[in-house]
Design a protein. Structure first.
Length: 129
């Protein structure tokens, strides 16, 4: 069994695509519509055939409530691994990304949390082992 697809709910798919590709550095994988429905995914530029992240529109009231509730609790909607949190933090800060948690070391990792501008907090993690 493999994880091939997961999602984050976003309040604006076009804004999310721009942030996840132009700022975070992901690559667009799939983008097609069927009426008002848009299927939009991105992948790591380092793993173009790796797991996809669906940028799912939060137009469902349950999805919107879930997204707003976890954001209000400061809970990340997703966790992305990086090789150097400090360097990625500096790069993203230089692009104007807002962080709710600066790089913080724990015995097992260094983590930072950013606001994706689309209703989510995203954690970046660098493992210490």
């Amino acid at each position: 069994m493999k994880i091939k697809l997961t999602n984050v709910f976003v309040d604006d798919q076009e804004k999310a695509l721009k942030f996840y590709t132009d700022v975070l550095g992901f690559a667009k994988k799939a983008d097609f519509s069927n009426g008002p429905y848009r299927w939009l995914t991105v992948v790591s530029a380092e793993e173009p055939n790796g797991p996809e992240l669906q940028l799912a529109l939060n137009d469902n009231p349950a999805a919107k409530a879930y997204q707003q509730a976890i954001f209000a609790q400061s809970a990340p909607a997703a966790n992305f691994f990086v090789t150097d949190v400090e360097a990625e933090y500096a790069r993203l800060k230089g692009l104007g990304v807002k962080f709710t948690m600066e790089p913080t070391k724990t015995p097992w990792s260094t983590n930072a949390v950013l606001d994706d501008t689309c209703g989510n907090l995203i954690q970046m993690t660098q493992l210490a082992w």
